[in-house]
Design a protein around this ligand. Structure first.
Ligand SMILES: Nc1nc2c(ncn2[C@@H]2O[C@H](COP(=O)(O)OP(=O)(O)OP(=O)(O)O)[C@@H](O)[C@H]2O)c(=O)[nH]1
Ligand SMILES: [Mg+2]
Length: 340
């Protein structure tokens, strides 16, 4: 899944990553530029050839993120989408007769696009990452990294990682066990970790470099090559996602993220009554009824939060009233003693 502010290059990245035109770009009609389309969650299923294997892949683009004034609602939609995939598995696991057509649509990696501001994380980034990272492997990337000089990129990367650490955001940091793992794995994972957040350059255009066409962006002063590790980390991320770390991402999703969700869900009383799970093949578009359900769930959570706050305030008022009464009483007894 790719998430991030509008125009950070998510769709271009997906098309670059899969080497085909998987997703159409949002209509850039200037007349419609000020019409809010809201967040649309669009899963697309495809098969690609990567790292010498054929991989069945579902990419989920989230165009329009950050366009709306109400970001909280968008966060809940994305979170709701992630959790719904877990609910589907949970319902399938508890079914007496399994559905042979069942498809596991859990999101194994969420690539989060950080705007190339050079100023570290924004509040909206922090809020969103905090909300989503307990549910999905988050891999942060710097969008349009060709906007930076080498030194600027180094400083920006450092600032972002400091923010991630400061706010305790549990991103996917290519985990390894220094005592158990093979030295090669340790070296590889440490190197990938040092590249976080990955510097991404994406392009759907081919440019001629040394007599050969390669994916890149041509500028008056030179060319940025998407697959050149000297220019950006797009290729490193690709081979980690589709090759070296594909299984690890899946295992962490199943053994840790899903397991936590499952425990929380069951201790809260399990799935809603009558939950049927996803009976059909996955839909191309997030349907209207699902969207309404998510909104209702978000509203319910909001109501719960408000009720908690109300109760807390009532309790505090009660305590203060008791304190005041006790003080008044002691004052009265002091006064009566003074009069005697
Ligand atoms: N300089 C630079 N421009 C890029 C890069 N990737 C994409 N772009 C350009 O940025 C613009 C927006 O790219 P999109 O891929 O449509 O952005 P998006 O994140 O999908 O946007 P929404 O669908 O509106 O959320 C296009 O003009 C792309 O050509 C990059 O790595 N560097
Ligand atoms: Mg897009």
């Amino acid at each position: 899944m790719v998430v991030g502010a509008s125009g950070t290059g998510k769709t271009t990245f997906v098309n670059t990553l899969c080497d085909t035109n998987v997703i159409e770009h949002k209509d850039n009609d200037p007349q419609a530029a000020n019409i809010e389309t809201g967040l649309q969650i669009q899963p697309v299923n495809l098969e690609i050839e990567a790292e010498g294997m054929r991989i069945g892949l579902t990419v989920v683009d989230t165009p329009g993120f950050g366009d709306s004034v109400d970001n909280e609602y968008m966060f809940d939609e994305i979170l709701g989408f992630l959790e719904r995939q877990y609910d589907d598995i949970l319902s399938e696991e508890t079914r007496i007769r399994r559905n042979p057509r069942f498809r596991d649509n859990r999101v194994h990696a969420l690539i989060y696009f950080i705007q190339p501001t050079g100023h570290g994380l924004k509040e909206i980034d922090i809020e969103l990452l905090r909300k989503l990272s307990p549910r999905v492997n988050v891999i942060p990337v710097i969008a349009k990294a060709d906007s930076f000089s080498r030194q600027e990129l180094h400083d920006f990367r450092k600032r972002i990682m400091e923010d991630i650490e400061y706010y305790g955001i549990p991103i996917y940091n290519f985990p390894f066990d220094p005592e158990e793992d093979h030295p090669d794995t340790i070296a590889e994972n440490s190197e990938l970790r040092s590249l976080l957040p990955f510097a991404i350059v994406a392009s759907e255009d081919s440019v001629l470099v040394n007599g050969e066409y390669v994916l890149g962006r041509a500028y008056p002063w030179g060319t940025v090559e998407v697959e050149n590790p000297e220019h950006c980390d797009s290729n490193r991320l690709r081979s980690a996602l589709f090759g070296t770390h594909l299984n690890d991402l899946k295992e962490i999703t199943h053994d840790f993220l899903y397991e936590n969700y499952r425990t929380e869900r069951l201790s809260r009383g399990g799935l809603p009554q009558g939950y049927q799970g996803d009976q059909s093949a996955p839909s191309e578009e997030f349907t209207a009824s699902q969207s309404v359900r998510l909104r209702e769930e978000a509203l319910r959570r909001e109501e719960e939060k408000l009720r908690e706050i109300e109760l807390r305030v009532q309790r505090e008022i009660m305590e203060k009233r008791q304190e005041l009464q006790a003080k008044e009483e002691s004052l009265r007894s002091l006064e009566s003693r003074a009069q005697q």
